[in-house]
Design a protein around this ligand. Sequence first.
Ligand code: MF3
Ligand code: CO
Length: 278
Amino acid sequence: MRTRILDIEYKTPGQIDLMRAAGLLVATTLERLRAAVAPGVSTAELDTLAEATIRSAGGVPSFQGYQGYPASICTSVNDHVVHGIPATTQVLRAGDLISIDCGAIVDGWHGDAAITVPVGQVRPELLRLARAAEDAMWAGIAAAARSAASGTGRLTDISHAVADTIRRAGRYGIVEGYGGHGIGTEMHQDPDVPNLGRPGKGPRLVPGLVLAIEPMVTLGSRHTVELADGWTVVTRDGSYAAHVEHTMAICEDGVWVLTAADGGRGRLGALASARALG
Ligand code: MF3
Ligand code: CO
């Protein structure tokens, strides 16, 4: 197996508190966007709302200018998996499924999260697809909590839980070329967090590690293609895709989902190692 020396930025509890501020701003922004999603709304309007929300709170939209990216959010509709660019010409219609990915910087620290939202009434299988992605993300976060508590956990325990949850949910495609990542004073840091693989590999899950977990699931095959705009990732077979993301921190007393308003307590409630709201 290929090994690479990882450059991981472990955070102090005080730095994680700072990251919580960025995470909460992303959470608030995404909730406003979720409420704004409706037939007839363009993805450019969502982008404008996101930028205004982030800037009025004193944050900076981290996607803007990232490797030349031209917007504050990614809006990936239907067969678009991730990194779709908002456009005035892209008007949402009932039956669409949109993933909205948002990042913000507050006091130099990043938050990054994504939600998948149905537009009006959608086919039930799309709701199941979105739920599979969400359940997989939470299973990954819960695996991180369990593994960290055990003291012997490693990064790919998360990957394995994500893929396992998707496979249990049905015959879905698990996108491979993209995945989660470390996050902190930059949006993308070591380590990469694959969405599948054998457990027990990679860096140890120890306090101070902060990760973005982001499964991408399709109704068809796992293969993707990048469009000529150099950003938009679409499914090769045209099947619809869902993508969700949270930024989470491993703390001494459990995991803290920095981009969840309740810190993850709702979804992790059954878990002893879920950190109290901070
Ligand atoms: N949030 C995305 C991720 O997790 C990043 C979007 S790429 C950008 O990788 F260029 F839009 F910033
Ligand atoms: Co991310």
